[in-house]
Design a protein around this ligand. Sequence first.
Ligand code: CMC
Length: 395
Amino acid sequence: LGFFTYDPGFVSTASCSSDITYMDGEKGILEYRGYPIEQLAHSSSYLETCYLLFHGELPTPEQLENFESEIDNRNMVHEALKNFYNGFRRDAHPMAIMMGVTGALSAFYHDHMDVHNKEDRETAMLRLVAKIPTIAAWSYRHAKGLPFMYADSSMSYSENFLYMMFGSPNKKYVADPVHVKAFDLILILHADHEQNASTSTVRLSGSSEANPFAAVAAGVATLWGPSHGGANEAVIRMLEDIIKSGKTLESFVDRAKDKSDRFRLMGFGHRVYKAYDPRARIIREVCHDILRDLPADSPYKEMLDTAMKLEEVALNDEYFKSRNLYPNVDFYSGVIFLAMGIPLNMFTVLFAMARTIGWISQWNEMMGDEESRIGRPRQLYTGKETREYVEMSDR
Ligand code: CMC
């Protein structure tokens, strides 16, 4: 190969150096700026975690208060942006809408957008973190034909999102505090995950000095796939298929082991974690708590019972054990979102919302690094050797 290293899937290539997130896949460790995810999950809030990821340090009380009000001041989007929604079919996937509308922010917010200016990069971060919940909730409201709701300053970030999703202009909305807490926790757990496919995409697009909203839209596009953020939705679709088929759970597990079949158990396995995903360990407890309190007549009962049986089967199966294929964070977040009544096609949107801070923090780090250069991977050419052009009349 001469000068190049051939590494499909970037299994052993570090594309950058970074101070933001530390992962040890063998030991199942995840830290943001040196703080263990378990401690952040227990004690932090999503907005505090956003501050930490972007600025590198936990905020003082005053810094947090300022940050929260900066976000609060920016949670509206330009009214003209609403017209974009009208252009989408009602049955459009909300991730398709997210991709389009997030990218379209670059057409509305191009003032203060010098990517080499630190303050401008911070403004981009504030705008994105503030507006993404509004954009996400509206993609759902559009599908339902419901009026768009505006954030309410008296509510927390997570509560506001649920309010914009499920609130109504003519009725007071009170979110279930257990759901608000679980939701904020899920946002913390998904906030960053070093150089995964979508983050690497944001870095690569940003490396050409593209507008940050455009770079983040590229991240949304990458996250959508079922091998990445789309897995939480794919988990539920798989559970639906299992129930509809009337076949045993074991037969699906057997299918996942069969190499002649591309079918995999969605929500199991991870490229880096070869021990239990630490995020899954945290979220698993919340998941089990929520399921314990689920009303007996919940429409999701059968599906959620199936999920818990699947977890048990896979955790005890030799094939999965020997390959370290544990349930990952998306297995549990999918189940929790379902139990919370979040529509299935919104699951990946929520992942995108949470990951926005990770994407923009990584982008900010790269743009602030004097040594960063445009990303330009090479290839191993496997095509034809040089040959002569053949005139049409001779073919
Ligand atoms: N079901 C059945 N077998 C599996 C699964 C699965 N979910 N995942 C991996 N394997 C097998 C795979 O067939 C291979 O077996 P063998 O060694 O006998 O050939 C072995 O486990 C290693 O798999 P791999 O394909 O080399 O692993 P990878 O690192 O390329 O893929 C993954 C990681 C997450 C894409 C994969 O595990 C997968 O497709 N999982 C299901 C989708 C999913 O849940 N994705 C969410 C990931 S976590 C959130 C995120 O980062 O976005």
